[in-house]
Design a protein around this ligand. Structure first.
Ligand code: ADP
Length: 266
């Protein structure tokens, strides 16, 4: 089994407040996945981020922050707006994948997962296994869920990766984003950023700055934290640049691709 994440940064204009899909990237990625599956069958789960669809409403309504009971009506609408926005992005993703001939089926986190203090504590993955057994590709994405402590919260695609991998024990966990992997500082704002082939400790970062100012789920730092949880369980993951043509195809085919392996080993 392979768990593949496609970052919101690839699918949308994450820096913008507009909900616009990068249809070209989406189509290319769909065709790379199809080409690999045509070569040999692989059990695949796809996770995608929320990008510019999910982050603005989540930020506007401060989903995940504690609130007074009197604010509930507004928070509830914020939850619905965010859930609907990420569902729209998912629809575009699934549409592009189905057009390419990929048997994807959406399994939204908001419909079956709950969290406690922003961490997923319930989410029966039997349905995933059933879909996989019948040859489908389940697709899950960054979403809002009910929270036993905070009432509602945001769950990032990166946390979903951690939860799925921890519970399903895949052979490979791959995260496609818009940079080559992890650097000691943000490569988009620092020309002298140094690249890591392997990454094993958050202390190797020079700064804990996130990504864009609209990202409510932690950007690269949030991603690394989730992947280090997995590394602690002995599950290795790899971050690669999904903007580079053929990288997704190659990584699915086990070919060499530049990227950062997150593991606790040396
Ligand atoms: P995605 O939406 O693809 O999951 P994010 O936007 O959350 O990805 O995170 C990727 C972004 O993190 C990159 O575009 C980069 O600008 C930023 N970033 C911040 N710090 C780092 C770092 N130390 N190494 C790599 N990227 C970083």
């Amino acid at each position: 089994m392979i768990i593949l994440k496609i970052g919101g940064s690839i699918l949308t204009e994450k820096d913008s407040n507009e909900s616009e899909v990068d249809t070209k990237s989406l189509k290319r990625i769909a065709s790379e996945i199809k080409a690999s599956l045509d070569k040999s069958f692989k059990e695949l789960i796809i996770v995608h981020g929320a990008g510019s669809f999910g982050h603005p409403p989540a930020k506007k309504y401060r989903i995940g922050e504690e609130f007074d009971k009197s604010e509930y009506p507004e928070k509830r609408i914020g939850f619905c707006e965010t859930q609907n926005a990420v569902k729209k992005l998912n629809m575009y993703v699934c549409e592009a994948f189905i057009e390419e001939g990929l048997p994807v089926v959406a399994v939204p986190a908001s419909s079956f997962m709950t969290a406690t203090n922003k961490r997923i504590t319930h989410g029966d993955l039997d349905q995933f296994k059933k879909y996989l057994n019948k040859g489908f590709i389940p697709v899950i994405y960054g979403d809002v869920v009910l929270d036993d402590e905070l009432e509602i919260c945001v769950i990032s695609g990166d946390q979903l990766i951690q939860y799925l991998a921890m519970n399903l024990n895949p052979e490979s966990v791959i995260l496609g984003t818009d940079v080559d992997g992890v650097y000691n500082k943000n490569p988009k704002t620092h020309d002298d950023a140094m690249f890591f082939d392997k990454f094993s400790s958050i202390e190797d970062l020079d700064t804990l700055e996130g990504t864009t100012n609209i990202d409510v789920t932690g950007g690269m730092v949030g991603k690394i934290k989730e992947l280090l949880y997995l590394a602690d369980l002995g599950i290795e993951s790899k971050i690669i640049n999904a903007e580079v043509e053929n990288n997704i195809y190659k990584v699915l085919e086990n070919e060499k691709v530049k990227g950062t392996v997150i593991s606790r080993g040396n």
